[in-house]
Design a protein around this ligand. Sequence first.
Ligand SMILES: *Cc1c(COP(=O)(O)O)cnc(C)c1O
Length: 376
Amino acid sequence: MINFNIAPFTGKELAYVKQAIDNHKICGDGIFTKKCNAWLEERFHAQKVLLTTSGSAALDMAAMLCDLQPGDEVILPSYTFSSTANAFVLVGAKLVFVDIRPDTMNIDETKIEAAITEKTKVIVPVHYAGVSCEMDAIMDIAKRHHLKVVEDAVQGVMSTYKGRALGTIGDFGCYSFHESKNFSMGEGGALVINDARYNEAAEVLREKGTNRSMFFRGQVDKYTWVDFGDSYLPSDMNAAYLWAQLELADEINEDRLATWNKYYEAFKPLQEAGRIALPTVPDECVHNAHMFYIKCRDLEDRTLFISHMKNKDIQCVFHYIPLHSAPAGIKFGRFHGKEQYTTPESERLVRLPIYYHIEHQEAETVIHETLRYFNS
Ligand SMILES: *Cc1c(COP(=O)(O)O)cnc(C)c1O
């Protein structure tokens, strides 16, 4: 059986988790949490990074920090995971879905401006497959209309746009370290804060509404409940697990990219023959090989392909029923403009197995069986 995904494991995780336990500091913001925050800040030139309990929690925090009023509108793609939308439903916002571009499956930046109303407050670009949205255009629209930008960069850890790390371009960025992502701590994530004016509010929100972080830094002499908050701190045991992977971040990234490039080269002839479409990575984007997908002719072709692969014990999956057609999407949002690509393109897309340390032979088997299906 060739799994679609196997969570990354470098070998040092157990030793670091044991160290966290031996430190007698297994709750949040221990030594390993601090090491991970600092590593992410340094590596990505981020103003401030705070580990959270999940990517969803990071999105929730970002939505709360945007300080929306009920009825305010948020622009996002419909082709995304439910968490992107849930965060803004939580704060009472109305979702306005915009079509995607077929080449990157990212929000179509040329369709955002027409969806803006006097209620619009936030744009949420989702960097699908770790390939950046057209951030210059999006930031320009946001600036001209005084909107905030929350980057759903949960798939984009280690990716860049014009040399800048995804997550560090908008007002806030959100990462995930779920076991299905490139770097994992089981369940976990991080919030990137790009405007220092939000540092304190984010710490308070993450620490049950208290100014505990400021107390520990000696900035206040007692800690107290200062605002609404919740608990978004992961255990230091989980952070210890992540630390083992951040230490080897380049190796993990290069290993994934090698598999991605191998697939791309092998399937190029199928694309040239017009049989499938391959992912597009625009020149200004460096990606992290978060996923490798191909696009079949249509839904029926995809169904046959997946079942061909399943018969060969190879797990291939698709995802995201577009949110605007899901029950909750209908309840909480609306689609703006003509929907040209979101549904038809999502129905063609299928993801192939890719993970850190996938064996050469396994990748070759995936290539062989894929070519066999599409060439027959
Ligand atoms: C995985 C994912 C999330 C959620 O991250 P969790 O850490 O599982 O909460 C949110 N948005 C997108 C686009 C994702 O792929």
